[in-house]
Write a protein that binds this ligand. Structure first.
Ligand code: ATP
Ligand code: MG
Length: 383
């Protein structure tokens, strides 16, 4: 019978909490497989899927390999533990050219033949069937694995499919990611979900200065990252009133700094409302004027909960590489305006001094502006 073996990663390190981590991982795997029929089993430190529709095997693999906490998968044959069945299964996974070796693990010590002899014998059967092959024990092109389990059954499999690794979503606390339509913030969301964080998103838009397409793009990005975050809700916040007020009352070179402080305050209000303990941004040190240490200091100082910036040490190239891998890149580069581009100062301050920022900001009625923005929230649950 064809089965899928699922191996998990770091969680096995988590001593006493292992059950907790595993339960979350299992429920996440079951969540991404909710549209499939299968049987779920455990086999020491691995999970095994059985009795699924084999014509959908690729879709099942594709869903599970993106679940954080999953280390790798293999498609295997599960056969009774006798040499005849093992040999027949091994032939199915045998390559037709190049070099190979057979790797045997005998968990069932009652099985009469030692591992080395099993490997030698099955390797011989494979060579008989494929005379072009050569054995290479040290650097083979292909490995045929034989895993003789205690329950009288043996798994035989070939390649191992790498999965995303990381920690199961739901084990790393809750965070609010500030999701713009750009390249960086979806990658930041991915990085935190990879560490097990449950996320929701906040997006600031400045209708009518920013279009409905720009807003839709963010929802599209949210949908793509939902593949990793498992759930996704976006709070869309009207930001026009705040931007207009800053534009009218503050020196233009401080526009971005003050705007960012408002975004941070609002994100924190949303975080608290939903029991989230962190804010996530896509900032990368020095990337633009608002991402110098001085700018980050000015923005950060309004936050009372941790602000995570998982991309802080990444180059743009590295960020782009991840965005391509997670499939957000093409959507992120669509040419829509962002709310940060309206009223954009010609020469933004690159090294704002906090005392000065506080002074220029003091002409604004911060509390009322924040309250109004919170009241404007439109919550979109991504299906
Ligand atoms: P990105 O590629 O994520 O848009 P960026 O390089 O354009 O980032 P900035 O515009 O300086 O950089 O934004 C820095 C961070 O602030 C973003 O990564 C995002 O987390 C947050 N941010 C910016 N604009 C918005 C917005 N309109 N809504 C929500 N968050 C935003
Ligand atoms: Mg941007």
């Amino acid at each position: 019978m064809k089965v899928i073996i699922i191996r998990y990663s770091e969680i096995h390190l988590k001593g006493n909490n292992r059950d907790y981590f595993e339960n979350v991982l299992i429920s996440n795997i079951k969540y991404v497989l909710k549209d499939f029929e299968y049987e779920f089993g455990r086999s020491n430190a691995r999970y095994v899927l059985r009795n699924f529709d084999e014509s959908r095997i690729e879709d099942i693999i594709d869903a599970v390999k993106n679940v954080f906490g999953v280390h790798s998968l293999s498609i295997a044959e599960e056969v009774p533990s006798d040499m005849e069945h093992i040999s027949a299964a091994a032939l199915k996974f045998a390559p037709h050219q190049g070099t190979f070796k057979v790797n045997t693990n005998r968990a069932d010590k009652r099985f009469p033949i030692p591992s080395m002899s099993v490997s030698a014998e099955i390797g011989g059967d494979i060579l008989d069937a494929n005379p072009n092959l050569k054995v290479d024990l040290f650097a083979p092109d292909h490995v045929v694995n034989i895993d003789i389990r205690e329950n009288g059954k043996t798994f035989v499999y070939g390649e191992t499919i790498k999965a995303v690794n990381g920690m199961p979503v739901g084990t790393g606390g809750k965070g609010v990611v500030m999701l713009s339509g750009g390249i960086d913030s979806p990658v930041a969301a991915y990085m935190m979900a990879k560490r097990g964080m449950t996320l929701r998103a906040v997006h600031f838009h400045s209708f009518p200065y920013t279009s409905m397409q720009a807003r839709q793009r963010v929802l599209d990005l949210a949908k793509i990252i939902k593949k990793y975050t498992l759930q996704m809700t976006v709070d869309v916040v009207g930001f026009t009133e705040i931007q207009t007020a800053i534009h009218e009352k503050c020196p233009e070179e401080y526009m971005i700094t003050i705007m960012r402080r408002f975004m941070m305050r609002i994100a924190e209000r949303i975080a608290k409302r939903h029991g989230a303990g962190a804010i996530i941004t896509g900032e990368s040190l020095g990337q633009v004027a608002s991402q110098t240490l001085e700018s980050i200091t000015s923005t950060n100082s309004v936050a009372t909960i941790p602000v995570f910036r998982p991309l802080i040490g990444f180059d743009k190239d590295e960020i782009i590489e991840i965005s391509q891998k997670i499939n957000t890149f093409e959507t992120s580069i669509l040419p829509y305006e962002d709310c940060c581009t309206i009223f954009l100062p010609k020469r933004p301050v690159t090294k704002p001094r906090l005392e000065h920022v506080l002074k220029v900001e003091s002409v604004l009625d911060v509390d009322t502006l924040v309250d109004n923005a919170i009241n404007s929230i439109e919550t979109v649950v991504i299906e």
